[in-house]
Design a binder for this molecule. Structure first.
Ligand code: 3PG
Length: 306
């Protein structure tokens, strides 16, 4: 019997796990859920007989791949796969896939939840500001960026985007103004929402110099990856700019310091939670389960990333 491991340190909602169970039962697969694990050794132990693994932000390192001699496929139930060692996977002929778009709406909704919270002074009762009529700049127009644009229009915001990898016509078709210069996006908008992946090129790319392009009262929103921020320079920028605000669902390593110095100008969720909705868990979890079965039964490699 094919054995699948669902390894989620941050578990799916129960309704999603139940549906994943049903899919594998109907396919005649064995499955095992490893949830809320606290030590890498638990993962290393659980992967030993797995032929397929579903993960979220769980780290699939070369050590994990070495510990899983039967492994054929890893599906990251989500968009970003920077948590998987693609080189190690490819060396062992392990296919890696993601489930693009499946949790995009959840992330986009959280962007606005945090924006309203910040705009209304952390709901402390004092007069805040409205989003209507403000300019939002979407840095990278993938699935999440596209959903952010849709919701932003509902708020009556002016929507701008910068993404050299997406054809301008496709962005314009959504009623979004395309800017071909990243600095111009930062200097034009009141809100900048980050949707770039963590890659060699983007890690620490949101640095003092780029932040300096932002408008005086601007807010940076990060629901992408904490690694894209140059955290030391972010701290320095906060100190030098009294009106700058930063909100994120992936707290920086210097969160305690930022919160101590700039309590009213920053906000971090206690856990990464952009994709933490039942709907996103169902969408991404089911897609992952179906992709595993399609690959193992029919060799279908749609959404392969290595
Ligand atoms: C993603 O890349 O899909 C998001 O960052 C969600 O990550 P999560 O599954 O760990 O919540």
């Amino acid at each position: 019997m094919t054995k699948v491991l669902i390894a989620t340190e941050k578990p799916f909602a129960k309704v999603a796990s139940d549906q994943i169970r049903t899919i594998f039962e109907e396919a005649g697969y064995e499955y095992n859920f490893l949830e809320k694990y606290t030590d890498k050794s638990e993962l290393l132990n659980a992967v030993q007989d797995a032929e397929a693994i579903i993960i979220r932000s769980d780290k699939i390192t070369s050590e994990v791949i070495e510990a899983a001699p039967k492994l054929k496929i890893v599906v990251r139930a989500g968009a970003g796969y920077d948590n998987v060692d693609l080189t190690a996977a490819t060396e062992k002929d392990v296919v890696v896939m993601n489930t693009p778009g499946q949790n995009a709406n959840a992330v986009a909704e959280l962007v606005f939840g945090m924006m309203v919270y910040q705009a209304r002074n952390h709901f402390n009762g004092s007069s805040g500001i409205e989003l209507k009529g403000k300019k939002i700049g979407i840095h990278a127009y993938g699935n999440v960026g596209k959903n952010v644009a849709r919701v932003a229009k509902g708020f009556g915001m002016d929507v701008f985007a910068f993404d050299p990898f997406v054809p301008a016509e496709a962005i314009k078709a959504d009623g979004v103004t395309v800017l071909n210069d990243r600095d111009e996006l930062y200097s034009t908008c009141d809100y900048i929402s980050l949707h770039i992946p963590a890659t060699k090129e983007t890690i620490q790319s949101i640095n003092y110099e780029l932040l300096s392009k932002m408008k005086n009262e601007a807010t940076l929103i990060n629901t992408a990856r904490k690694e894209v921020i140059h955290e030391e320079e972010l701290l320095r920028f906060f100190r030098d700019n009294d009106n700058f605000k930063y909100i994120s669902d992936i707290a920086p390593d210097n969160k305690v310091q930022l919160e101590a110095e700039f309590a009213d100008r920053c906000f971090f969720t206690p856990k990464k939670m952009g994709a933490q909705t039942s709907e996103a868990n169902i969408n991404a979890g089911i897609a992952a389960a179906h992709q595993i079965i399609a690959f193992l039964e029919k060799g279908i490699t749609q959404f392969k990333v290595n």
